[in-house]
Design a protein around this ligand. Structure first.
Ligand code: HEM
Length: 165
């Protein structure tokens, strides 16, 4: 069977092992957030922002995205793919996406994954390199394994939307 990710660090291996069972893990073990008046109404259920908080909120997401882009832009396996990209705009959109997907109070204003990666013709090994950089960036940001796994569980399934477009 084809391996989806190429992993070198023990931490990453642990992260992926845990990823397999992450679906059954309760959110962070923390009590569910009390309704936040700024993001909920009387009719809507409270949004689970526990992952966003585990990332460190707005500042934590910004730090993580910066670590990711530093790794990606320094990675000779994939850096060339970003030659035409506007780094600041890309950082802004990924911050929005991470914030939104982790339950934070942000809307994602970018294009769909299929649309934004179309024309790049991304190969499996390039996607795997990006995921390796992502795991290393989460290590750089000193995020606990459980938080890393929750992020991987959200973003790994986007693979088919991104490859070969
Ligand atoms: C789950 C993995 C990934 C996520 C969550 C992700 C997320 C994003 C986001 C939010 C954008 C901006 C969307 C927009 O322009 O409207 C973007 C653009 C881009 N991504 Fe990804 N990406 C992923 C994987 C990859 C991989 C594997 C590569 C290359 C190795 C890559 C290369 C790019 C490039 C070059 C752009 C800029 C496209 C442009 O400027 O038109 N991405 N990505």
């Amino acid at each position: 069977m084809r391996r989806h990710f190429v992993l070198h660090t023990p931490c990453a291996l642990l992260a992926m092992a845990l990823l397999a069972v992450a679906g059954n893990v309760a959110a962070d073990g923390a009590p569910h957030a009390a309704a936040d008046a700024s993001t909920t109404t009387a009719d809507a259920p409270a949004r689970d922002d526990s992952l966003y908080r585990a990332l460190g909120g707005e500042q934590g997401v910004a730090t993580l995205v910066e670590a990711l882009l530093q790794r990606v832009y320094a990675d000779e396996r994939i850096a060339f793919l970003f030659a035409e990209a506007d780094r600041n705009n890309l950082a802004r959109l990924i911050r929005e996406q991470f914030c939104n997907e982790s339950g934070g109070p942000c809307a994602y204003s970018g294009r769909s994954m299929a649309e934004s990666h179309s024309g790049l013709g991304l190969k499996e090994k390039e996607f795997d390199a990006f995921v390796e950089d992502f795991i290393d960036a989460m290590e750089d940001a000193r995020l606990p394994y459980r938080t890393q796994n929750r992020m991987l569980k959200i973003f790994a399934p986007m693979r088919p939307d991104i490859l070969h477009k």
